[in-house]
Design a protein around this ligand. Structure first.
Ligand SMILES: [Fe+2]
Length: 235
């Protein structure tokens, strides 16, 4: 790559935020469906049914054949295609051809009583996401005496985060701020993010259980044998 004169914004961190229309009606149905799934999987594993944290197996996609599940999957795939297309517009070039989004894994996580998911990223995929099914209403969630506004949020750590410990900060590198961003949990909201991006689910101790759907995805050219960028971008 040759950089010409000008200011170049290299290595961006694209994040897509979407809201599912009609989520108020869909989410209770999903919560009921996931509740039944949790009971069967927890029993099969010998886990207590009232554990503060539960993560299902990551093969939930094949269990989402009912119309409610298919609606969620369609929303996830459409949202992924939107963010991935925007993020790669320059890399792919003009004349975009059909793509296939492959959901590599999809699972639910249920948390309460201070459960959290420590900082991590996701492997063997290019994009990941989290959809909120259920959580306390915003005012109630933020009123938690210990966790406050960070109660149950998803925290994303930017690429510069690891470099900022003791680093020089002045107006000249203000563009590196903030080093992390909290995304509040909103029922019906989907956040799509690069799988390499470190993130963390902060402790949650609400009245209603925090239920989210997480997934990993990869993106391929629809035509077999052309899944390489230099082929894809050639025409
Ligand atoms: Fe994650």
């Amino acid at each position: 790559m040759t950089l010409g004169p000008g200011c170049h914004g290299l290595w961006p961190t694209p994040i897509g935020v979407y809201r599912l229309p009609g989520a108020d009606e869909l989410n209770p149905l999903l919560a009921r469906m996931f509740g039944a799934l949790r009971i069967s999987q927890a029993q099969a594993r010998g886990e207590p049914l009232d554990a503060a944290f539960f993560a299902s197996d990551d093969d939930l996609l094949r269990r989402l054949q009912l119309p409610e599940g298919q609606r969620l999957v369609r929303f996830i795939v459409d949202s992924l295609q939107d963010t991935v297309g925007r993020a790669n517009a320059a890399a792919w070039g003009p004349g975009r051809r059909p793509l296939q989004v492959a959901i590599e894994g999809l699972w639910i996580q249920c948390s309460r009583a201070g459960a959290f998911h420590d900082a991590h990223n996701h492997g063997n995929c290019s994009w990941s996401g989290v959809y909120v099914v259920q959580v306390d209403a915003e005012a109630e969630r933020k009123a938690h005496p210990t966790y406050g506004t960070a109660h149950g949020v998803t925290r994303f750590y930017g690429p510069a985060f690891a470099q900022l410990g003791g680093a020089h900060v002045d107006l000249g590198n203000a563009y590196l701020q903030p080093p992390h961003v909290d995304v509040a949990p909103v029922p019906g909201q989907l956040v799509v993010f690069p799988s390499w991006l470190p993130h963390q689910a902060l402790p949650y101790d609400g009245r209603a259980e925090r239920i989210v759907v997480s997934f990993n995805a990869s993106v391929h050219a629809a035509a077999a044998g052309s899944d390489r960028l230099h082929d894809y971008a050639a025409t």
